[in-house]
Design a protein around this ligand. Structure first.
Ligand SMILES: [Zn+2]
Length: 160
């Protein structure tokens, strides 16, 4: 259940990251409006604790964060009624874990591009792509099975 925005402990004590216009405090995050005239209703959802990599959030907290994300998305969709709502977790400029929720107006068709062209410029050869895909796949299997052997982990790192 959202708590009053006035309860917010912002900016972040570790990195000073803050929201432009705080809307609500959710279970484990804060929701704020992002100033972007191209996408009315664009928001940021910021994890309460200072964490710089989503993968390091304990699974239970990550699930609660995703619950907040869904809650925020439903609220934005109810108000803005977008053609499409995009979610972005980047951290390139501000490392504090936060999602961008980007509603595309009903009149827009720009969201139909696969990904923004600026993220598609540095493609590797198919062989290098396949090798990397194989290593990520192996690591994914290792991460899901805590009892996996040290040899499998070494292979995943490409050292065996
Ligand atoms: Zn922070």
């Amino acid at each position: 259940m959202p708590r009053a925005a006035e309860d917010a402990a912002y900016p972040c004590r570790s990195c000073s990251f803050s929201l432009w216009l705080l809307i609500a405090r959710l279970d484990v995050s804060h929701l704020g409006l992002y100033d972007d005239a191209r996408f009315p209703g664009r928001c940021l959802l910021v994890f309460d604790r200072h964490v710089e990599d989503f993968s390091t959030i304990p699974p239970e907290d990550a699930a609660r964060f995703v619950g907040d994300l869904q809650h925020a998305a439903r609220a934005i969709a109810a108000v803005v009624k977008p053609a499409r709502l995009n979610y972005a977790l980047l951290g390139n400029k501000e490392p504090h874990v936060h999602f961008h929720l980007i509603p595309h107006p009903a009149s827009s068709s720009g969201y139909r591009r696969k990904i923004p062209s600026s993220l598609n410029a540095g493609r590797r050869s198919e062989a290098r792509y396949a090798a990397r895909r194989g290593r990520v796949r192996t690591r994914s299997r290792c991460a899901r099975r805590p009892g996996v052997s040290a040899l499998a982990r070494a292979k995943a790192r490409g050292k065996a």
